[in-house]
Design a protein around this ligand. Structure first.
Ligand code: ZN
Length: 150
């Protein structure tokens, strides 16, 4: 898996090994499950929303390093943001990982999310990186069903 090794930057490896905000969130009032059948990644996302603001977020899941690291980095970047701010961030993230715009275009807003810009060379991995975000959108709507990247 040489392709993967190229993607594995230090930050991704670190988040995969020591994911942030990993586990249950008993006070969650929104949740969703995401599934990426192309890779077999699963993400369960738990949100505590108050007045349209993400007060707290946790995730659980299993899958490849990209999907897990992407979920971990996402939780660190969205905590404290409003629902709209998180949605805007996803739009920018999606443009960067699909190669629609250069990572530089949004580097300030994206923060650590920018490390996933490399997935643009691997279309299958784009789904892995975006899974947590699709799950987040579902959790905002509180869809208690599995969302799929397909
Ligand atoms: Zn994956």
């Amino acid at each position: 898996m040489d392709d993967l090794r190229e993607l594995y930057q230090e930050i991704i490896l670190d988040h995969n090994k020591n994911p942030k905000n990993f586990g249950d969130l008993p006070e969650a009032n929104h949740q969703a499950e995401g599934y990426n059948p192309l890779c077999g990644d699963r993400v369960n996302l738990y949100l505590k929303l108050e007045n349209d603001k993400i007060q707290d977020v946790r995730f659980k899941g299993s899958g490849c390093a990209i999907s897990k690291a992407a979920a971990s980095v996402m939780t660190t970047e969205i905590k404290g943001k409003t629902v709209d701010e998180a949605k805007q961030l996803f739009k920018k993230f999606q443009k960067v990982i699909t190669g629609e715009v250069d990572a530089d275009a949004h580097s300030a807003e994206l923060g650590k999310l920018v490390v996933f810009a490399g997935v643009r060379q691997f279309p299958v991995r784009v789904k892995c990186a975006a899974l947590a975000w699709h799950t987040l959108l579902a959790a905002f709507e509180d869809e208690r069903k599995t969302v799929s990247t397909e």
